[in-house]
Design a protein around this ligand. Structure first.
Ligand code: ZN
Length: 158
């Protein structure tokens, strides 16, 4: 078990586009395990590889239904709309209102590099959008309606 340091807003690594994972290697395996350990340690519900300084298309999510590891994830379908507070481990202590689709379908490779589909509504749909944005160097703060505030949130990626 290893906890990695979470990069925070202002670190250029958070604004870069991540590269796809070509093959499962011991290093990638270790990285995903460390990302899960780090997410749980920080009481997060999601973490993307660039948040620990690695520019690879890997996301981990656990909204309370067990861990998901998504490699090279892509959104294939969205519908509906939800507006709620969102937070990010890379923007500690802050949150802000963001509108996201209420339903999101994602395809991604699993730890065996086999393609899987995942469907999420509500919080999980929000987590998919938020975490996948990180892989393209986007932070939720770009999408906030109104102002960032210091308070509780519906989606604490965190
Ligand atoms: Zn985030």
């Amino acid at each position: 078990m290893a906890i990695r340091t979470i990069r925070t807003e202002g670190d250029p690594v958070l604004t870069k586009k991540c590269r796809p994972v070509e093959e499962m290697t011991p290093r990638i395996l270790e990285l995903t395990q460390d990302m899960l350990d780090t997410m749980y340690e920080e009481m997060g519900v999601g973490l993307a590889a660039p948040q620990v300084g690695i520019l690879k298309r890997i996301v981990v999510i656990d909204v309370g239904d067990g861990p998901l590891v998504l490699i090279n994830p892509e959104i294939v379908e969205t519908s509906g709309e939800q507006t709620g507070d969102e937070g990010c481990l890379s923007v500690p202590g802050m949150s802000g209102q963001v509108t996201r689709p209420n339903y999101v379908k994602v395809k991604a490779l699993d730890m065996n590099m086999e393609e899987q589909e995942y469907e999420g509504e509500g919080l999980l749909a929000r987590a998919f959008c938020h975490e996948l944005d990180h892989l393209d160097g986007k932070l939720y703060t770009e999408l906030v309606e109104g102002e960032l505030h210091r308070t509780t949130y519906d989606y604490d990626e965190e």
